[in-house]
Design a protein around this ligand. Structure first.
Ligand SMILES: [Zn+2]
Ligand SMILES: [Zn+2]
Length: 760
């Protein structure tokens, strides 16, 4: 017999709260191995007796067979000094000084729990908080690390005997399931209605009846409260919009059934899978052409061709929707653009102004999160994350990046804020934290950051901030740096975007010249102007701004993005043929703005403003009530054109393969001329999109870059992505964002990448 030796395996990654220990336990028991497994703050440790050869086999099996939700980022096997074990044990979690583990996101109800929810004989039949080690809340309920019942908001709930048995049985699916509970030891619902709070509420039929009556119901979910109502009832949706102060921004839906959803929308296989993923995001889906859907489309997504849809990802939503049998509106519980409400007291105080009733429960939320948003382009099914939050945040895993040992905090941008923390060579990117112009979002940002500091206790070496001196994140970042007596470094907004997409695709070691097309709404440039139509190159550590669209005057600060007609004004006020724009202003307005244009030293190259101007000129979107409204309507118009016309025939405003000198001016002139010729709006919108893709392909060709990367909010536009692929895929390697949104949510990650990889 070969003598036994002792081996140690250390596994890092997302290995907590995903059924990893039971998996290891069952695996080792089945191979009759003896030793122990232990969960610590730096991952999972296993020590056991076996032969040299079999230690490698077991390593291989762990890699191949680990649970679906687990992500192994490193696994390390070594022989240690001999100790003899007589059985295989799970040792209780221990605290390790270096808090180096990744955090597990919140996951949608799994298939097994879904079956049990509907099984009459099961003890959790119709129990609205059924979970197991493969599903349920995680990140949203963690107070501290390591992930254990006492470090979560489940510590208030004492398990009944039967739950406790499951919890302690390594062969059970609920072994060490920290969210374990059942009707015996239940998480309780309560109902707030007409100023009264009714505890131990169980009558879900009552909620369904209220939807049928056209009532608005606020429900406490995973990342916070959502506001819900019947999605087929236009009146109640209008009432919700009014009370929520949200006139036109599209509202997300929760669908009761994926097959009925498939009747209403165009759904590819990628979108279907995405809807049923454990992350369960909102997926943007195009409404079928000429579809007579019962949902109140004009009220849900005014002037758009698509809707945002989720499937019921909690058992409570599932139970309610199975009874209602129709889709509901499910939008973040907040007023206007402020942060999602997640605390019960605040929900009663604020949401009772909107909702007719509020369905609460006594499981506390620690980390508020909005629903994530994902979409797919409509021909090549290219996946883009639009908002990264519940189910996707906060761990970021990219084994192709080589990371330094220092501890770095990157503060991000303003409008779609997030922060990135590099600590012990792990990257954490916070969930979407909202527009920090807003005081509540500011607080949410501060709270989330301080929660991360509590969890990981980083000893920060440096803070990275945007160049814009007035962003909250810049000011706050400097404050942190001062307090800790460390340096802060400014990083230009669009360079951060470029490095974010380079980083996600791990292109830093490439020897080729790489083109970065960074198009967005706003960001302070190195020359003090407002950039947003930028072309950079990256080659072996060196970055250069090689080209940008022609500059136009920037006036009126924040008013300009809110009123697309002002963008149209600054781009046409000097032109002869500008009556179509002139008609949008009074004589006095025109004169005042003309003076401002003549006086302002500030210039802009923002493609976001170009979209605004074109939407104003073609579609008369002169004011917008939410960021990106004009651009989204323009995309929808162009999309309508391609629905009825061949996608292979492209009309471009550009006639040759030379880069036009004044691209923006040239485009606007031609668009106005097309309107004069009486061309259809949708056609002109399509031609505008085609010309943008054509323009980028010309620039890429001229600078002779093989690899082309794209970042910035403009590349949330799925039609533009589709056109870029059509124009460029044969001649160039194209790189888009993968797990991060192309918009400003990626700035904090880009700042970190720039700090690590830029060598100027
Ligand atoms: Zn489950
Ligand atoms: Zn129980």
């Amino acid at each position: 017999m070969i003598p036994l030796r002792t081996f140690h395996i250390h596994i890092k990654g997302i290995v907590q709260g995903v059924g990893f220990r039971p998996f290891i336990y069952k695996l080792f028991i089945s191979h009759k191995l003896k030793g122990w497994v232990n969960n610590t703050t730096d991952g999972v440790h296993i020590q056991f007796n076996t032969t040299k050869e079999f230690s490698n086999n077991i390593l291989h099996i762990i890699r191949e067979k680990s649970p679906k939700l687990a992500v192994i980022t490193s696994i390390f096997l070594e022989e240690v000094s001999f100790s003899k074990y007589s059985d295989f044990k799970i040792i209780q979690s221990t605290f390790h000084e270096r808090t180096t583990q990744l955090l597990t996101p919140d996951y949608a109800m799994c298939e097994n729990c879904s079956k049990e929810l509907n099984a009459k004989e099961n003890k959790r039949y119709q129990y609205p908080f059924i979970t197991c080690t493969n599903c349920g809340p995680r990140f949203s309920i963690i107070r501290s690390l390591p992930y254990d019942r006492i470090t979560t908001t489940m510590d208030n709930f004492v398990m009944c005997d039967s739950c406790n048995k499951e919890y302690e049985n390594p062969m059970d699916r609920r072994y060490f399931s920290q969210t374990n509970s059942c009707p015996e030891c239940a998480i309780e619902l309560s109902l707030y209605e007409n100023g009264e709070l009714q505890g131990n509420f169980t009558d879900l039929d009552y909620i369904v009846k209220q939807w049928q009556k056209g009532k608005i119901v606020a429900i406490k979910g995973i990342g916070g409260y959502i506001l819900t109502c019947d999605a087929t009832n236009a009146d109640v949706i209008n009432r919700l919009r009014k009370l929520k102060n949200r006139p036109t921004k599209p509202l997300a839906l929760l669908y009761h059934d994926i097959y009925e959803l498939a009747e209403d929308v165009e759904m590819g296989i990628g979108e279907k899978i995405e809807l049923e993923e454990p992350s369960s995001p909102i997926v943007l889906l195009n409404i079928k052409k000429d579809r007579m859907t019962p949902i109140a489309l004009d009220e849900i997504a005014p002037n758009l061709n698509h809707i945002g849809v989720m499937m019921p990802y909690t058992p409570l939503y599932k139970l309610l929707l199975d009874k209602f049998k129709k889709p509901i509106v499910a939008t973040s519980g907040n007023i206007s653009n402020s942060t999602i409400i997640y605390q019960d007291k605040k929900a009663i105080k604020e949401l009772s102004k909107i909702a007719d009733l509020i369905l609460l429960n006594n499981r506390q939320i620690v980390v508020p999160q909005d629903d994530s948003v994902v979409c797919y382009s409509f021909i090549k099914y290219y996946r883009t994350v639009i908002r990264r939050s519940r189910g996707l945040a906060p761990s970021y895993i990219n084994p192709d990046l080589i990371l330094p040992k220092s501890s770095v905090l990157a503060m991000g941008s303003m409008l779609k804020s997030s922060f990135t923390l590099l600590n012990h060579q792990n990257i954490y990117i916070s969930q979407y934290l909202g527009n920090t112009e807003n005081f509540e979002a500011e607080n949410n940002y501060k709270n989330t950051l301080s929660h991360f500091e509590d969890l990981f206790q980083p000893k920060l070496d440096i803070v990275l901030i945007d160049k814009h001196p007035n962003y909250f994140t810049t000011i706050f970042g400097k404050e942190i740096a001062d307090r800790k007596n460390i340096r802060s470094i400014e990083i230009q907004h669009h360079k951060a975007h470029f490095f974010a997409v380079l980083g996600e695709n791990a292109l830093f070691n490439s020897k080729d010249k790489i083109l970065g097309v960074v198009w967005d709404g706003t960001g302070l440039g190195d020359d003090g102007n407002i950039w947003g139509g930028e072309f950079f190159t990256y080659q072996q550590g060196k970055t250069e701004r090689i080209h940008h669209v022609d500059e136009f005057p920037f006036i009126l600060g924040d008013k300009m993005p809110k009123e697309p007609r002002i963008s149209a004004f600054v781009m046409t006020s000097h032109m002869e043929n500008n009556k179509i724009v002139k008609d949008k202003f009074s004589k006095t307005e025109w004169q005042i703005y003309q003076t401002l244009v003549n006086k302002t030293p500030l210039k802009s190259t923002s493609i976001g403003r170009l979209f605004d101007a074109v939407a104003s000129i073609i579609l008369n979107v002169d004011m917008q009530t939410y960021e990106g409204e004009a651009a989204m309507q323009l995309e929808s118009a162009a999309h309508r054109y391609f629905r009825t016309n061949n996608f292979t025939k492209f009309y471009s405003y550009l006639k040759s393969n030379d880069i036009p000198k004044n691209f923006v001016e040239y485009l606007i002139k031609n668009i106005i001329s097309d309107i004069g010729k009486g061309y259809e709006k949708d056609f002109i919108a399509a031609k505008f999109h085609i010309s943008l893709a054509h323009y980028i392909s010309i620039v890429a060709g001229q600078i002779q870059a093989k690899k082309v990367t794209f970042s910035g909010g403009v590349f949330q536009n799925q039609l533009l992505i589709e056109l870029l692929i059509s124009f460029m895929d044969d001649d160039f390697e194209l790189y888009f964002h993968k797990e991060l949104p192309p918009n400003d949510e990626n700035i904090s990650f880009g700042q970190l990448m720039y700090y690590i990889y830029n060598q100027d």
